[in-house]
Design a protein around this ligand. Structure first.
Ligand code: DX5
Ligand code: ZN
Length: 220
């Protein structure tokens, strides 16, 4: 089984020195940089906006994997695209026009992702899956880092992976929430190709970021 890509979430980084943290996690071997955007409305937490994405953009050339946990989302797509997002992932639970939102992300020249909350069935992807570059399966209820992995999501990862394989689609399957060296191999064997990790990537400080990422990649 191919080793997963690792997309560390800067939600767990030191917000007082985000540029430095992005440089450090990039140098430590991150494949992507996961940027958790929260509005205090779609999720019970507030984090950062397009201005911070713009500020950290010069500190890494790795793809910015921007996860928009905001509602409504459409009025912010252009701002995040201009700020430097490479992939923009949205939640179907955040609004009524998912297909139109995906069309807009692609019209902006960005990769399009859809993220499913733990209670949202994979069926939600039925009429958009072939438009996507990425499916993000939430293995925690979104809003905070440091939560426990929800094992019931393994079946959803498998269901999405089976559909992607069956329809021969080029869609990455990313898993987000509670990923650590114990849960990483479970997610990968269920079909994950990209793992998001906040706590497990940033814990211990810059001196161990590379070891943290290696442990997630090796899964053990
Ligand atoms: C949660 C975010 C996740 C979170 C992961 O709402 O979408 O990306 O930062 O954090 P850990 O890896 O600590 O569960
Ligand atoms: Zn996220």
């Amino acid at each position: 089984m191919a080793a997963p890509l690792i997309s560390p979430s800067i939600l767990s980084a030191d917000f007082a020195k985000l540029g430095e943290e992005v440089r450090a996690i990039d140098a430590a071997g991150a494949d992507w940089i996961h940027v958790d955007v929260m509005d205090g409305h779609f999720v019970p937490n507030i984090t950062i906006g397009p201005g911070v994405v713009k500020a950290i953009r010069p500190h890494s050339s790795k793809p910015f994997d921007v996860h928009l946990m905001i509602s409504p989302v459409d009025n912010f797509l252009d701002a995040f695209a201009e700020a430097g997002a490479d992939m923009i992932t949205v939640h179907p639970e955040a609004g009524p026009h998912l297909h139109r939102t995906i069309q807009r992300i692609k019209a902006l020249g960005k990769k399009a992702g859809v993220s499913l909350n733990p209670a949202t069935p994979a069926k939600m992807l039925d009429y958009v899956l072939e438009e996507l570059d990425l499916v993000l399966v939430m293995s925690v209820n979104p809003g905070f880092g440091g939560q426990k992995f929800i094992p019931s999501q393994l079946k959803k990862i498998e269901a999405v992976a089976n559909r992607v394989a069956k329809e021969n689609l080029r869609v990455d399957i990313e898993v987000d929430g509670g990923i650590d060296p114990q849960t990483a191999p479970q997610a990968v064997s269920a079909g994950a190709t990209v793992l998001v990790a906040g706590t497990a990537a940033f814990r211990g400080g810059p001196g161990v970021y590379a070891a943290n990422i290696q442990a997630l990649r090796g899964g053990g």
